[in-house]
Design a protein around this ligand. Structure first.
Ligand code: CIZ
Length: 317
């Protein structure tokens, strides 16, 4: 797949042209596609065929035909979702150690305990979970569809795992349900504080403050919008504002600035950098394209069950 013309000048200035040529050649010979999450390094976003949130990327890949390799630049659970949705392609991650501490905060054993304790309550799992956890739950959700997913369930009592802040976000909008929330969190989004929001209001009085639902509840309540990365990406098109303060992993700012050069984007806290997302580098991507080794595999039985929870979510949204 060709690299978009609008992105060529940036690439020329920032990346060794030999690397770009080699990536393009390898992509063609391997019948490959490069997918990059919104939080990836700029140079990876620039060589990717698609940039987006985890589900958008996995869905995009499943709609392409004749793809033998998916080079998934994101964290491990995202590559697993891509593998589940694309069983005929080989999914390769540049760095196998790119994990997710939030996803690690809930295990299959925890889910089994929850099922024993809350017998008739369905379990909703955020996409930031392992395939093995997804295989044990009733339905998945992302940060953009969590409210819709919970609302679609007829039961009054719901278990929500693993992100407590996204759980509180859902609970605020659905008062009529009892939502039992697991105590997980994203360490990167914990960088944001109420003080950051107050400072940003003083520094950029005209700006709209947008934060991710993985931020602490107090931070969400002080902000103007609480949106997934997909929602943040659409927002400048939907509202009449020139300046935006962005409260999510800093990689998101690159994509926003590239897409909306006539607007200003400021980080709510520039230390909010996910060390796992940044484990993937252009060099590691190229090495994996030269010699694909980091194959992300999901056992068939787990993949089949996890797919049910993912498909149930897709049917809702
Ligand atoms: O699903 C994703 O990509 C995550 C983890 C967050 C988001 O809001 O896009």
């Amino acid at each position: 797949m060709a690299i978009a013309t609008t992105e060529r000048s940036y690439i020329r200035q920032n990346i060794d042209p030999h690397i770009i040529d080699e990536i393009s050649r390898l992509k063609e010979s391997l019948k490959a596609v490069i997918l990059a999450h919104n939080y990836q390094l700029p140079e990876i976003q620039m060589v990717a065929d698609f940039v987006g949130d985890s589900l958008e990327l996995a869905m995009k890949a499943s709609k392409l035909s004749g793809i033998e390799y998916i080079f998934f630049c994101g964290v491990h659970f995202m590559a697993e979702t891509a593998a589940i949705l694309n069983p005929d392609s080989k999914v390769i991650i540049p760095d196998m150690k790119a994990g997710c501490p939030l996803a690690d905060m809930i295990t299959v054993e925890d889910i089994k305990e929850l099922k024993k304790e809350y017998k008739n309550a369905p379990i909703v799992a955020y996409i930031n979970t392992s395939a093995a956890v997804k295989a044990e739950v009733d339905i998945c959700c992302t940060s953009s569809n969590a409210v819709k997913v919970v609302n679609s369930l007829p039961e009054k009592k719901i278990i929500f795992v693993p992100d407590k802040n996204l759980g509180f976000f859902v609970k605020r909008q659905i008062r009529e349900k009892e939502i039992v929330i697991w105590n997980g969190f994203c360490p990167t989004h914990l960088w944001f504080s109420e003080e950051d929001v107050e400072k940003a209001r003083r520094k950029y009085p005209q700006a709209v403050i947008v934060v991710h639902p993985e931020c602490r509840e107090e931070v969400q309540l002080k902000s103007d919008f609480v949106l997934s990365t997909g929602g943040m990406f659409k927002l400048p098109r939907e509202i009449n504002a020139r300046e935006f303060v962005i409260g999510t992993e800093v990689g998101m700012l690159f994509r926003l600035k590239q897409t909306y050069p006539d607007r200003e984007f400021y980080p709510l806290n520039e230390r909010a950098l996910c060390p796992n997302m940044k484990k993937n580098t252009l060099e590691k991507l190229l090495n994996q394209m030269r010699k694909p080794e980091n194959l992300v595999q999901v056992e068939k039985k787990i993949a089949d069950s996890a797919l049910k929870a993912i498909k149930r979510m897709l049917a809702v949204t």
